[in-house]
Design a protein around this ligand. Sequence first.
Ligand code: NAD
Length: 474
Amino acid sequence: MTAGTTDTSRQEIRRIFEAQRANQAAVAKATARERIAKLRRLHKTLLHYRQEIRDALYKDFQKPPLEVDLTEIYIITSEIKHTIRNLRRWMKPQNVGTPLPLLGSRSYIQYQPKGVVLIIAPWNFPVNLTFTPMVSAIAAGNCVMLKPSENTPHSSAIMAKIVEELFPENEVALVEGAVETSKALLDLPFNHIFFTGSPAVGKIVMQAAAKNLASVTLELGGKSPTIVDETADLEKAAARIAWGKHVNMGQTCIAPDYLLVHESCKEELLKKISRHLNASYGEAPQNSPDYPRIVNRHHFERVKASLQEALEKGARAVIGGQMDDASRFIAPTVVAEIAQDSRLMTEEIFGPVLPVIGFRSLQEAIDRINSREKPLALYLFSKNRKNIRQVLNHTRAGTTCINNSLLQFNNINLPFGGDNNSGIGKSHGWFGFEAFSNARSVYQQIWPLSTADLLRPPYNAWKQKLADWTLKWL
Ligand code: NAD
């Protein structure tokens, strides 16, 4: 099939699903050594196809090769390496303590694969967000069906080639297609669905999962705020916000969506951000080889319309604003004095436009954040410990990064995921392995006599005394 042009048929999808179901018990039996061998092969193959992956992403939305290396391939290879280092330990039964009333027993958790799992991915980091969860799913011993986004067909094609080369279809299979394919997949009784995409589609996925009581991990999006207070190192804040917002042309789920800055340093920060954008992409960013494009016409028109609406409602373009319809180009743009009812302030932007709002007290910024859905990421630039504590204690967010941008995603020891509207469940490292596993509780009686044996009916005064004692002391 040509990448991204045809929906895989329902019959074909069902056939692969049934084949995986039939094979799941065998796949689940794989030892740590066998699972590690699969991951090593994946690692080697990714590096083998490095140039083809770079080419595919360039064709999809002109993503610079260095960014493909660091934000697609490296994210997956580091996940693989971390998983290989830890998998033996994760797969071992994990002993837990024994409370006094259960004296004479042992208890442990055995992590077992969920079964046949579905991974649905978005287009903005197409290889990373398809293969990184797949690493966790394979490590946990599952069969996997992958559905990458129809908006990045070249990336889908190279991923399909890699999957076909490495795995039999009854173990890991990639199906291409758009909404119809996704719907056909969602009709099947998967054991777990790992979805990365918009909150709107996340709700559709969760409804479909409910029909089969499948567990879900939903990695969603939303508007991630960035606060800069009056104590922040403005030079560093400006450089890191400019980079975090405009890498991947702002098409990043954890990109700073809007900026809240203390009025006393607002103009200075804006000047510095403009300077850093010029330093990164030049006076004519359209000619920069390091600046991608909006993925397709629909998203280009969406961001363009939102920016035009904001400007019509009186927003000031601090820098940027230039567009080219033919090449789906929008310059790195910063807008101030924005009306709060502009779409730039009511919807996730997912493009290279940064609205800036001044605040006079930190509480005002916190109230603004708390008046919205809980974000996937919250950024804070501050040198003041009290302010950092105040923001952490009085806001909610899936992830937080202090005095930098995006890097919380890169520490594999941290869980990655949102909170309600920005997501349900976590991924990366141990948390990814856990998401694709059932934590099976095992209680094993060791001593011949258990305390429960003493408390069986018929009840009498002595047993009542024992119950009273238990309530009082244990
Ligand atoms: P999307 O929700 O439109 O699509 C994601 C996937 O769902 C695609 O594979 C698509 O084919 C499928 N899909 C679309 N409509 C569907 C429907 N009606 N029924 C079933 N499946 C459907 O998202 P997108 O535009 O690809 O990506 C952008 C969104 O993803 C943003 O909201 C962004 O914040 C979010 N995102 C989140 C993360 C994260 O890790 N939390 C990462 C990247 C992107």
